[in-house]
Design a protein around this ligand. Structure first.
Ligand SMILES: C[S@@+](CC[C@H](N)C(=O)[O-])C[C@H]1O[C@@H](n2cnc3c(N)ncnc32)[C@H](O)[C@@H]1O
Length: 345
């Protein structure tokens, strides 16, 4: 990745290019070539495209926010006080270098119908609304990541990495050379209509491959996403409850194991890698509760692979590694017991 070489040490102020020019060894070091570039995307303004094939898990970008605000408290039933958000954005913007300010001002701004676009304040507010991402408890603008267009079946995932202070975008499946890199602006477990309602804020009609399908295929996709949401909710509640060792407990564990296998099938059919790690983890946990060690191990390994892509050092990933090791040990033991009982026969 761009940031992991000695040319780009981790430094929260690295976006302030004028400072870098004082360190000639930094500016003369060419660094690795980017694996993406920004170019027009028909019907979508600019977009980000892969300059070479990117294997699943490849980090596309790691970017620190250029502008970050802590939002005001949400007013119940109303949301954020928009003017207050705007004032915080303006004040953060005013403290930036001219280079960063002009990078931000070059970003896309979508104005709502009837909204004034005549003042600099109105433009900055619209830019923020059209491009910002939630960043932990804050909201941030990432000018490079902001060029990534939306898809309801995105080929890139992202996480806010608190330790690095960066948003990380990675390929969640193989991306071909020349293919547009996409992420999602809205929760994906909504129907086409609900997703479109949310995307109206950004001022476009989604024509991604998940939305472009015929009515029947579209209805199937809506149903799958709704089922995934319901099943994940049920499994989430089930995981919090210790499995009982009695007959009722075993029956319940079997039922949940079956549902976890079902949700894996659904996220795979719907091609939503964003939910793979979650689904594989549930499948591993519930199959371990039924002592189906082979399946539990295979799913744990898949879950671990996907969590490693997002953040190899997160607590979630460490917990998954432990679960994977436990499943492997238990499966090995099961194999050994089978072999020795055959030998004694
Ligand atoms: C965060 S910006 C993405 C980069 C933007 N295309 C640009 O030129 O800077 C969001 C804006 O991009 C456009 N956009 C993003 N995804 C799109 C899509 N799937 N179809 C059409 N327009 C899209 C919309 O205008 C949206 O308001």
């Amino acid at each position: 990745s761009t940031w992991s070489t000695p040319c780009h040490p981790f430094n929260p102020t690295e976006h302030q290019l004028p400072l870098l020019s004082q360190h000639s060894h930094l500016t003369t070091c060419p660094g690795p070539p980017e694996n993406w570039h920004v170019t027009p995307s028909p019907g979508k303004g600019l977009g980000v495209f892969a300059t070479r094939a990117l294997e699943e898990g490849t980090i596309v970008m790691r970017e620190a926010p250029s502008l970050l605000i802590t939002p005001p408290p949400i007013v119940p039933g109303y949301g954020y006080n928009v003017t207050e958000v705007g004032l915080r954005v303006q004040s953060a913007f005013d403290s930036l270098s001219p280079a960063l300010q002009s990078e931000i001002l070059s970003l896309h701004a979508h104005f709502k119908p009837g909204e004034s676009s005549s003042t600099a304040f109105a433009r900055l507010k619209a830019i923020f609304r059209s491009n910002a991402y939630n960043t932990g408890k804050d909201i941030g603008l990432f000018p490079k990541i902001a060029r990534i267009n939306h898809s309801c079946r995105p080929n890139a995932g992202y996480v806010w990495n608190e330790r690095l202070g960066r948003r990380v975008v990675f390929a969640n499946r193989r991306i071909e050379e020349g293919e547009e890199i996409t992420d999602s602006y809205v929760p994906l477990l909504l129907s086409r209509r609900e997703r479109q309602q949310r995307l109206d804020t950004y001022g476009f009609r989604c024509k991604c491959e998940a939305c472009r399908v015929g009515e029947e295929e579209g209805r199937k996709s809506d149903r799958r996403r709704r089922d995934i949401k319901e099943l994940l909710g049920e499994l989430e509640r089930g995981i919090a409850v210790e499995a009982k060792e009695d007959g009722v407990g075993r029956k319940k564990a079997k039922r949940l194991a079956k549902k976890s296998a079902k949700v894996v099938g659904l996220v795979e059919d719907e091609e939503l890698p964003e939910y793979f790690a979650k689904a594989y983890r549930y499948a591993a946990v519930f199959h371990s509760r039924t002592q189906a060690w082979e399946n539990a191990t295979l799913w744990a390994e898949q879950g671990l692979r996907h969590m490693m892509m997002a953040d190899s050092e997160s607590q979630e990933t460490k917990d998954m590694l432990q679960l994977t090791e436990r499943c492997r040990r238990m499966w090995d033991e099961e194999q050994r017991n089978k072999t020795s009982s055959k030998e004694t026969e």
